[in-house]
Design a protein around this ligand. Structure first.
Ligand SMILES: Cc1cc2nc3c(=O)[nH]c(=O)nc-3n(C[C@H](O)[C@H](O)[C@H](O)COP(=O)(O)OP(=O)(O)OC[C@H]3O[C@@H](n4cnc5c(N)ncnc54)[C@H](O)[C@@H]3O)c2cc1C
Length: 390
């Protein structure tokens, strides 16, 4: 019987090997062929042939869908047609401007509403604001006069409560705005309230009490502490559907006589627009206080100077003091320790005066003066006096 002759070429080909015996790429195509991707077709909708992203004139976004980049139309707002409850957020809007604290308040309201299958109703007392990107499902946009009239504001907020019966009304714990409005509302309505809430859950809140944390169920009226408002995520696009509100006439108990000059040096640090802050590099305290007075800046300091009793404890800026967010922060002889820098993260502009070029505060500053604070303070004060004279 003759032996079956082996054909080594055919065997190698079946095994996917070349004449050399090495595995050949691409010849072991057993089974269904993989669909080939056409890079030009892929790019057509979303990428220019160069491979660079095209600008979509319709404002569409590029999203990855099943591993392929596709073009998506403009983002659609999330609608909440039939909410289980309403969360009313009364924005501060200092000077009619939408501030970081207002964004934080809306995000916190959004977070709570999402956990309760509810909707967020934003109430703005003045100005025109687009709140669709800030988490508002509904928007009551009032146009109260600019004058200071807490009674008119309160009547408007109370009217919103009567009309909507929200489950919770949220304010920011800002002394001159949210905190004041919330306390007035609590007294007028007799509803339960909690202030300076720093942990907010549908079934439990924690609020800052006198030296201790108060824990309980969330009451109808709450103010939220700034620590809660600082860490909120950015919400997605919402409807911000306008809601009309009828407000009755408010009793005119207060007459607004306009603004008066006030001494801001001892104002609460959280409210300050400008802070003059002293560290261990300050030895001429009368020059420091005089400069703060001329600038009408609120006085702050590092922990070291508060520990030494050179400034009261409520002036301490930093992680274990007050987190501040002024437009301008003037740091005199402050090194910029991590705990201090945490306290000034949200300052818009920082000016540092320090003899050490390598101080962390100099690194953090938008404007740095490498010099003796004792020389800079009186020089700056005399320049400002000259400017004021004319
Ligand atoms: C748990 C914990 C919490 C803390 N919390 C806080 C807090 O909330 N806030 C806080 O501030 N600190 C806090 N600290 C302390 C912090 O670590 C620093 O010790 C403190 O901030 C330093 O203060 P300072 O910058 O004034 O002093 P220093 O670190 O001594 O710095 C003095 C600065 O002045 C400069 N200087 C010296 N002479 C002059 C001059 N003639 N002119 C100009 N500049 C001059 C020096 O170059 C130096 O940069 C905390 C520490 C801990 C452990």
């Amino acid at each position: 019987m003759s032996r079956v002759r082996r054909d080594p070429h055919a065997e190698r080909a079946r095994a996917g090997r070349g004449p050399s015996g090495r595995v050949r790429m691409g010849v072991v195509a057993a089974g269904p062929a993989r669909p080939r991707t056409d890079p030009h077709a892929l790019r057509a909708g979303v990428l220019a042939p160069s491979g660079r992203l095209r600008v979509d004139p319709h404002g569409g976004d590029l999203v990855q869908h099943a591993g392929v980049l596709v073009e998506q139309g403009p983002e659609q707002p999330i609608l909440v047609a039939d909410p289980a409850c309403l969360i009313l957020a009364v924005l501060d809007l200092p000077d009619g401007r939408l501030e970081r604290i207002d964004r934080g308040l809306l995000s916190a309201a959004r977070d709570l509403a999402d956990q309760l299958d509810g909707a967020v109703v934003a109430l703005t007392l003045r100005g025109r604001h687009d709140l669709s990107r800030l988490g508002a499902d509904r928007h009551i946009a009032l146009d109260l006069p600019d004058s200071w009239d807490p009674d008119a504001e309160l009547s408007a907020i109370a009217a919103a409560l009567d009309t909507l019966s929200p489950r919770h009304v949220l304010f920011a714990e800002t002394p001159l705005l949210g905190a004041d409005r919330a306390r007035r509302l609590a007294i007028r309505t007799g509803l339960g309230s909690a202030f300076a809430v720093h942990r907010l859950q549908p079934s439990e809140i924690r609020a800052r009490g006198a030296g201790t944390d108060l824990v309980g169920l969330p009451p109808p009226i709450m103010t939220l502490h700034e620590v809660l408002l600082a860490d909120m995520p950015e919400p997605s696009l919402r409807e911000a559907r306008p809601v009309e509100l009828t407000i009755g006439p408010a009793p005119a108990a207060i007459e607004d006589l306009g603004e008066m000059p006030v001494d801001l040096t001892g104002a609460p640090l959280t409210e300050a627009d400008m802070i003059a802050s002293a560290g261990d590099g300050v030895t001429d305290w009368s020059a420091f206080h005089e400069l703060a007075q001329i600038l009408n800046a609120t006085v702050g300091g590092s922990r070291i100077v508060c520990d030494r009793g050179l400034l009261p404890r409520d002036r301490q800026v930093g992680a274990s003091g007050t987190l501040v967010a002024p437009k301008a922060y003037l740091a005199m002889g402050i090194s910029g320790a991590a705990q201090h820098l945490q306290g000034i993260e949200r300052c818009q502009r920082v000016v540092a005066v320090n003899t050490d070029l390598h101080a962390k505060m100099i690194e953090r500053a938008d404007l740095a003066i490498v010099a003796d604070a004792q020389a800079v303070m009186p020089a700056l004060a005399s320049l400002l006096r000259e400017r004021d004279r004319g």
